[in-house]
Design a protein around this ligand. Structure first.
Ligand code: ATP
Ligand code: MG
Length: 380
């Protein structure tokens, strides 16, 4: 008899975890998601939904009473509440790992204390702190919300003294940190996993291209030297050995101008830059996450095919219902998330362009350029 899996968050990440779970009926017999949006993506693929806010304590208690094991697709959960329901269900990654990771200041302090490279950062208590630290950091610098940020929405880039007040006011009293700007050559990430028995496996280094602070495409593998790959993978493994908890962790890094590696942030969950694994690898990150939290042996993380993942984002020009995308091509795998309404830059789906015939990354990029117009979202 399989276990009942509870997932906090039933968006696209919860949906793809649920789909992977459906393929493991011996291990997972039922899936329940907690999500505030009725008919959320995960509920469309066979998960039962509790409709409630992610932070609704009673709903989390209810979820824990029904579940054998709980995981999450968002890092904004209340770690104290999760800790308090550990007697009902096993929670992975652990509430303690979540508590550290979900606060960018605590996370970076923790990484720095463990000799893992991060960019310079300072905790901000008031606007005077911002002014003083900028004298040392110089411009540009990033003012960031410590918690609940996603898709760059918790960041404000300060370019000059004239921006300081505006940046500070933008956050309306939230807890903040200030970070030195890293003039990176490339953004990369490693999807890493640890199972409850301590086995660790990492996926190969990938390259991430952002547009307007949102991930637009991931190139697997990253176009960097073997030396950079080795350095980044070693840092990711080191981060995994110090952070507790089982599951997938998305480790975002910068490659600096002199080819050093700096961690930007760690996400305690499956990660957008790991979606390529659905077709590029023997084990998808979603299956791997389940294997990790269920204490099963981790699957192979070998990259079988060069692959580019391209996100389908809502058009900036409208909000509302949109036409189904018509995009079919050899070795292109389109995955839409079942969201009825498009909003500017909302993640509506993605596709993987897979080099099944041994195509190089350059060949895949060329092919992608011809497909991009078909990936634009149009109003109905
Ligand atoms: P996401 O949900 O996309 O991971 P987030 O809201 O948690 O984003 P960050 O990862 O902190 O935000 O930043 C988003 C992007 O902003 C980064 O991917 C990077 O492009 C840029 N950025 C963040 N911090 C820095 C920095 N110190 N120097 C230069 N660029 C940065
Ligand atoms: Mg990020």
């Amino acid at each position: 008899m399989g276990k009942t899996l509870g997932i906090i968050g039933g968006g696209q990440l919860g949906m793809m975890i649920a789909e992977a779970a459906k393929k493991m009926p011996q291990d997972v017999s039922e899936i329940i998601v907690l999500d505030p949006t009725e008919n959320c993506p995960a509920s469309q693929v066979g998960a039962t939904q509790i409709v409630a806010d992610f932070k609704d304590k009673d709903a989390i208690i209810r979820l824990s009473e029904k579940s054998d094991i709980i995981t999450y697709e968002i890092e904004s959960g209340d770690s104290d509440v999760l800790k308090s329901v550990e007697k009902n269900a096993e929670i992975n990654p652990s509430p303690e790992a979540l508590r550290i990771i979900q606060d960018k200041y605590l996370q970076k302090t923790f990484l720095r204390e463990n000799n893992i490279p991060v960019s310079d950062f300072v905790k901000i208590e008031n606007i005077e702190d911002v002014k003083n630290i900028l004298k040392e950091f110089g411009y540009p610098a990033l003012l960031k919300a410590r918690r609940d940020a996603y898709d760059g929405r918790g960041n404000y880039k300060i370019d000059s003294e004239n921006n300081i007040q505006e940046a500070y006011d933008y956050f309306k009293g939230q807890k903040l940190l200030l970070e030195k700007f890293v003039p990176f050559k490339m953004e990369v990430s490693v999807i890493a996993s640890r199972n409850t028995k301590g086995q660790i496996k990492t996926y190969p280094l990938v390259e991430n291209i952002h547009e307007e602070n949102i991930l637009r495409q991931t190139i697997a593998p990253a176009r960097v030297s073997e030396d950079v790959t080795k350095k980044a993978e070693a840092i990711a493994e080191k981060a995994m050995t110090v952070l507790k908890g089982a599951g997938i962790f998305g480790i975002e890094m910068f490659v600096t101008q002199d080819d050093s590696i700096v961690i930007n942030e760690v996400a305690p969950r499956v990660h957008n830059s790991g979606h390529h694994s659905l077709q590029s690898s023997e084990t998808s990150q979603f299956e791997q996450h389940l294997r990790a939290i269920l204490g099963l042996k981790l699957g192979s993380t070998k990259l079988i095919h060069n692959t580019i993942m391209y996100n389908i984002l809502g058009s900036k020009k409208f909000q509302g219902e949109y036409k189904p995308l018509e995009i079919s091509e050899d070795n292109l795998f389109l995955k839409m998330y079942g969201k009825k309404i498009s909003k500017p830059l909302r993640k509506l789906g993605h596709f993987n362009l897979v080099g099944s015939n041994g195509e190089s990354i350059d060949q895949l990029i060329e092919k992608l350029d011809t497909l991009k117009p078909k990936a634009s979202v149009q109003s109905i």
